[in-house]
Design a protein around this ligand. Structure first.
Ligand SMILES: *[C@@H]1O[C@H](CO)[C@@H](O)[C@H](O)[C@H]1NC(C)=O
Ligand SMILES: *[C@@H]1O[C@H](CO)[C@@H](O)[C@H](O)[C@H]1NC(C)=O
Length: 482
């Protein structure tokens, strides 16, 4: 017995010694790589007049074996109290849509002047509703191959949901080590659309890492998601939504429900009545913008997908593809749809002076596109509900919001999976108010999950309702009721 104990303790000593030297090695590696890793401050941006009135840093962080994956980020420091304000890591959906989309079209401090492209560099304006008024935000181009993120080898250019999430966790650890002033900040992970899959996974990886003592400890508080793709069943709710919004008749809706038995995504080819109903439905929805049903549809529309997971290719991806990849000729028409605005980013981000200002490594990527749907990316997780369930048990806060005019991930779909978790309600369905007007409706659950609709919002709610979304974010992040 005694012999056994001493054998163990000598093994323990060896282990401790080994751990100690590994730790020193780690510190050394980190010190060395820090030198190469540091981001660069951006004081001026082409298209924006004068110095930027907020702090922007861009940079790359290498992840994975031999750092063959180089992840690019834009970091905007909180414009209030960066020392005490929370730190948000923001992922845009797709998969394959650049986080610059979140920065310039949704929640960041700049936006494009809304005029048609005329052959000169698009102009940038300040967004008065930036979420960076109350939080520091890292906008990460993820997965590899998105935006300015790139791979050094063909093998490293491939990824799956889980690999992308592991890389995100590694990115955040390295970023925090590189930015020690934020090491104790409260951390939230956020995103929208396809990030409904990746954000809960990344949040859980951080939580698990903290539990087993992985360094650095991340002061994780929770996560937030907008119109999040969550389960493969989300798309089934487009039909009740279309009915509720008055886009299809009561009769067609009743017939669809009975003939297709509530399954509208994979229709049995021998079910003639369901097929016929689906055809009638698709015709009725043909000229409707699924990202926001009240918005004008772009004139050159290609066949539209009707749910986020369709054919392993997301609908947002398809929507955003139109201008950038189809190389539409210069339009002479007026600025009629959001695609005109998306197109500006293509000309801006591919400009040499812009890439120089952003400290883009020469030759690291070919053409920059807002949503790269040609990625060698494999969707491997089709349901993130179990992650939500686990995170709630562990006490993390969450905000799940739905632009209520989105048909890609309709609010019905989101409410359905939240309901399936059976959480008890602590603050039941009520309007939340901004400047005397209803901003949307909200409900809070005992597990610290808050659901909110954004009245009039589309798939990326802040793009359509910036003031409301900023107010919602500000209240939630400071733990006030909406
Ligand atoms: C949720 O937590 C349980 C218990 O720790 C674990 O077995 C399960 O794998 C977790 N689910 C997911 C999706 O990670
Ligand atoms: C929620 O309740 C239903 C009905 O009681 C049950 O079938 C389901 O398993 C529960 N879900 C969870 C996540 O506990």
């Amino acid at each position: 017995m005694g012999k056994h104990v001493s054998a163990t303790s000598s093994m323990e000593k060896q282990y401790l010694l080994l751990r100690h030297s590994l730790f020193l090695l780690l510190v050394l590696v980190q010190v060395c790589s820090n030198l190469a890793m540091a981001g660069s401050i951006v004081k001026f941006l082409p298209g924006f007049q004068g110095p930027l009135p907020f702090e922007l840093e861009t940079g790359y962080i290498g992840v994975d074996e031999s750092e063959d994956v180089q992840l690019f980020y834009y970091f905007v420091k909180s414009e209030s109290s960066p020392e005490t304000d929370p730190l948000v890591l923001w992922l845009t959906g797709g998969p394959g849509c650049t986080s610059f989309s979140g920065l310039a079209y949704e929640i960041g401090p700049i936006s494009f002047e809304q005029v048609l492209y005329h052959g000169t560099l698009p102009k940038l304006l300040l967004n008065p509703y930036s979420w960076t008024k109350v939080a520091s935000i890292i906008f990460l181009d993820l997965p590899v191959g998105t935006g300015f993120s790139y791979a050094k080898t063909a093998k490293a250019s491939q990824s799956t949901d889980l690999q992308a999430c592991d890389q995100t966790y590694e990115f955040l650890r390295k970023w925090l080590v590189d930015h020690p002033e934020f090491i104790s900040s409260l951390v939230y992970i956020g995103g929208d659309s396809y990030s409904g899959i990746t954000v809960p996974i990344v949040t859980q990886l951080i939580s698990n890492g903290n539990e087993v003592g992985i360094d650095p400890h991340i002061n994780l508080k929770g996560y937030l998601l907008g119109n999040p793709g969550t389960t493969a069943a989300d798309g089934n709710y487009a039909i009740p939504f279309a009915h509720g919004m008055g886009l299809i008749s009561d009769e067609l809706y009743e017939s669809l429900k009975i003939s297709c038995k509530g399954e509208y995504q994979t229709v049995d080819p021998s079910n003639a009545l369901c097929l016929q109903n689906m055809q009638a439905y698709n015709q009725l929805l043909d000229n409707i913008d699924h990202a926001h049903i009240l918005e004008p549809e772009c004139p050159f529309a290609s066949p539209r997908p009707n749910n986020l997971f369709n054919g392993r290719r997301s609908a947002t991806e398809m929507l955003h593809k139109k201008f950038e990849e189809l190389k539409i000729q210069e339009s002479t028409a007026a600025f009629t749809c959001r695609m005109d605005g998306y197109r500006l980013s293509y000309y801006w981000a591919n400009d040499e002076s812009v890439q120089e200002a952003l400290h883009i490594r020469k030759g690291s990527i070919g053409e920059w596109i807002r949503c790269n749907h040609g990625l060698p990316y494999r969707i491997s997780i089709w349901n993130s509900v179990p992650y939500h369930a686990n995170l709630s048990i562990k006490g993390y806060r969450s905000l799940i919001y739905s632009g209520d005019h989105d048909m890609l991930v309709p609010h019905f779909a989101t409410q359905a999976w939240i309901k399936s978790l059976n959480y008890s309600i602590t603050d039941d369905w009520r309007p939340w108010i901004l400047q005397g007007q209803v901003g949307g409706y909200t409900r809070t659950y005992a597990n610290r999950m808050t659901f909110a609709t954004v009245k009039g919002g589309g798939h990326t709610a802040p793009e359509y309702r910036p003031a409301e979304c900023q107010a919602m974010f500000e209240r939630w992040i400071s733990s006030q009721p909406l």
